[in-house]
Design a protein around this ligand. Sequence first.
Ligand code: ATP
Ligand code: MG
Length: 385
Amino acid sequence: MKKVIILRYSEIYLKGTNRGYFEKMLINNIEKSLKGFQHEIHREMGRYLVEGFNEESLDEILDRLKKVFGVHTISVAARVETGVDQIFEACKEICRQSGSFKVFCHRADKSFELTSMELAAEIGGKLIEAFPQLTVDLRNPSFTINIDIRENKTSLVFGEYIKGADGMPVGTAGKGLLLLSGGIDSPVAGHMIARRGMTVDCIHFHSYPYTNLQAKEKVIELAHVLNSYTGKMNLYIVSVTAIQEAIHKNCSPDYMVTLLRRFMMRIAERIAKREKINCIITGESLGQVASQTIEGMNSSQNAFESSIVVLRPLCGFDKDEIIERAKAIGTYDISIQPYEDCCTVFLPRHPVIRPAIEDVKAEESKLPVDELIAGAMKTLETIKL
Ligand code: ATP
Ligand code: MG
């Protein structure tokens, strides 16, 4: 019995003129995710069939497919020649030995001798004969066996609907630049936005030699995990060491975080403009730490030259919810490795919590802002994942 993977996408997005575009992006992303695995993909209405793969790699292939945004559900089916005996053998193989069940049949091939109802009844009866502990429950069964009689004289038999990543195919909603720290929040923020179809590039700021090289490795590792959902990514790495030193030397220590944030935003804005990126994404959550007040967010927004949009998808989440998501997407264990982020270098004892914009600007006027940004841009390193 040959195995086939059925991928279904949500019908909602198929309405209107975008359908072809959506489908093309989705299939491209599925292809990309299966790079390195032998396979063929066939398209049918509302779904794709992945076939011709090495069945020993099935679990790895499923792990990849579960990360493709736009896929609603996944099933692993057996493909058999259409015939009651062959279909029954496949059903028997996936059938549990006890519990309540039903057989659901869909018949695309109307020339098959039995109707859907007749075949379901026939197979159901044979399964009960084979496993007398089974009971039929058409309303609320504990499991369902699905039979799909295709037009090409073969049938697909499957049990489970595995939950896909849902969302929209990456590439259908523009491009964002994620400020990726080594913390728990920013990777989750990037994942959430990518799930809405946005291509995500990342920028990380470090303060080497105040922070060590392991901190950078950790961020690269986080970017790799995010990239396993998005398929392609640029990771920009910029040193803010000179900027932090200049703030430390010239400004009130309480403004370190506020001022540094403004520099990060400006540098991100420059790179976004150069790379034709439409928005900036951060992992800020309202009120989570002292610097993440609405005044703090206004202060960093105010640093931009353009009207670039900042997306802060975690704003309304509690830390517990963010941690749960970080675990689910596979970034949590990396994020909790104890390497220092640049923000902790020169950390003030009493950071300003509600910075007034005039005070921020007064502190900032003590710095050669353009020169510091130009210097930081010279340290830019680009890693293509
Ligand atoms: P995270 O867990 O994402 O680090 P956090 O709760 O620790 O968030 P902050 O450290 O105040 O919060 O950072 C807020 C946001 O600013 C981060 O989510 C991230 O988007 C951005 N950010 C902070 N530090 C850096 C950095 N070194 N490089 C890039 N972005 C950063
Ligand atoms: Mg942080």
